[in-house]
Design a protein around this ligand. Structure first.
Ligand code: GSH
Length: 212
């Protein structure tokens, strides 16, 4: 038993959104890199299996021995466990419903599609179909960002003037393909908030080290 949280993550992965939340909270933690999405490093990817039978990062092992998986759940849980960090609207806050809505949306409508994009042979055995599947998946992701952008009313941040874990989540997932330039085109309202989080001095070193 340790008194620190152990995060299974990887450079360039959605786990970096959790690393960002832990940075803002200042919670003691360790990071174990597990490159689940790199076929060239199978032993690295297998490291997360002790925590997540889905073989996906992020996974967060708590000092109690409990394990949390699913990026949205981990981010919401961290914000709730550390209310002093003000990283989520509290129950009863007028923006709470939209916060939960868009956290779920990024997870289910967008992030889950990378299981297909990263290895199209999981759904289509014939390599001849892979390029089209990847292209259509990326178009779907871009369209989903547009749907979200049309329905949020950002202030300095996506839900208003409070930085929440939703900003961290969107910041990281919008760096994945089809990447930021396309994201800015599809989501011009969220673009400014995302850039503000890029430049946040508390997070800029993490972005440079883990999302470069
Ligand atoms: N639903 C999961 C998805 C996590 C996920 O797709 N993680 C990627 C890294 S960014 C991964 O581990 N991919 C390997 C795989 O899906 O086989 C979550 O939200 O945490």
């Amino acid at each position: 038993m340790t008194d620190r949280m152990l995060l299974y993550s990887a450079k360039g992965s959605g786990g970096v959104a959790v690393e960002a939340a832990l940075t803002l909270i200042g919670a003691p933690h360790e990071v174990t890199d597990s490159y689940t999405f790199n076929p060239a490093t199978p032993e690295s990817g297998d490291k997360v299996l002790v925590a997540n039978p889905m073989r996906q990062v992020p996974a967060l092992a708590l000092p109690s021995g409990e394990v949390l998986t699913e990026s949205a759940a981990i981010l919401i849980w961290l914000a709730e466990a550390h209310p002093e960090a003000n990283l989520a609207p509290r129950p009863g806050d007028p923006t709470r419903g939209q916060f939960l809505r868009w956290m779920s949306f990024v997870s289910s409508a967008i992030y889950s599609l990378y299981w297909v994009k990263d290895d199209p042979s999981r759904l289509v055995p014939d390599p001849a179909g892979h390029a089209a599947l990847v292209e259509r998946t990326l178009e779907r992701i871009a369209w989903c960002w547009g749907v979200m952008d049309a329905q949020v009313s950002p202030g300095q941040y996506i839900l208003g003037d409070q930085l929440t874990v939703l900003d961290l989540y969107v910041n990281v997932v919008s760096r994945f393909r089809p990447r930021r330039m396309r994201f800015y085109k599809e989501a011009p309202k969220m673009a400014e908030a995302v850039k503000r989080v890029d430049a946040d001095p508390r997070l800029a070193p993490l972005w440079a080290e883990r999302m470069a």
